[in-house]
Design a protein around this ligand. Structure first.
Ligand SMILES: [Zn+2]
Length: 238
């Protein structure tokens, strides 16, 4: 356990981009860490690859209406956490593919935001059962290298404020593949819950619907004597 890091793993991070699949992924997977980093002055950008437009068990709702609801909930949650800007790439929920189009969309946002650090799903964890989560993580990693190369999609570089991608650190969440960063989120757990509950369509019964999240965060914290923890696997990139 000697090589484990805590919040200090993000010491030099100034601009963080989080690439997720669905509205509510960021909040439930790493909302506590985001709250702590925003409090430290880190600028955070949120990217959801899909509209979350199948995320209901109700039969009377149509997909465009659900997508609109989920976009509004995403903005409400971003306000709770202090996220600077949210982006949605407009793909359909349950059908995300890590293809060249998605790679280019994500590269563009690396270039526009000038983020120096990335949080995304671990696409290589064998327990990563949701195909959208695997696809978002894979595409986010695949966009890393091309975004730094001037000849890749050069039209992206003419956008206002855009420059070559400058990601320097990558942290994967939703992983049980030797995570090496454990963040104690107990002090901001109320904020994490409030941000998650902003997704009212997903958690209509309030905290009762978040027992699974609390269980995951409790299990993550148990080996290192934290009440609630969020864990990441930091990739070595240069
Ligand atoms: Zn998800």
């Amino acid at each position: 356990m000697n090589d484990l890091a805590g919040l200090e793993a993000f010491a030099n991070v100034k601009r963080l981009i989080v690439v997720a699949a669905h509205p509510d992924d960021l909040e439930t997977m790493c909302g506590g860490t985001i709250a702590l980093l925003v409090a430290q002055g880190v600028t955070v950008f949120s990217v959801n690859c899909t509209l979350g437009d199948i995320g209901t068990q109700e039969s009377g709702i149509v997909r465009p209406a659900l997508a609109a609801t989920r976009l509004a909930e995403t903005d409400d949650a971003a306000q709770v956490l202090g996220i600077k800007q949210t982006y949605n790439l407009g793909h359909h929920d349950g059908e995300l593919e890590p293809n060249l189009e998605l790679r280019a969309q994500i590269s563009r946002l690396y270039r526009i935001t000038q983020a120096d650090a990335l949080f995304t799903f671990d696409p290589y964890w064998t327990g990563q059962i949701h195909p959208d989560h695997r696809a978002a993580g894979q595409a986010a990693l695949d966009a890393y290298m091309p975004s730094k190369m001037p000849l890749y999609r050069p039209e992206q570089l003419s956008e206002n404020g855009a420059g070559l991608g400058c990601l320097q650190k990558i942290f994967l969440f939703s992983t049980d593949r030797q995570p090496n960063v454990f963040v104690d989120v107990n002090s901001v757990y109320g904020t994490k819950i409030a941000a998650a509950l902003a997704h009212r369509s997903q958690f209509p019964k309030g905290e009762e619907n978040l027992e699974w999240m609390k269980t995951l965060d409790t299990l993550a914290g148990a080996p290192i004597n934290m009440t609630y923890a969020e864990r990441f696997k930091q990739l070595d990139v240069w």
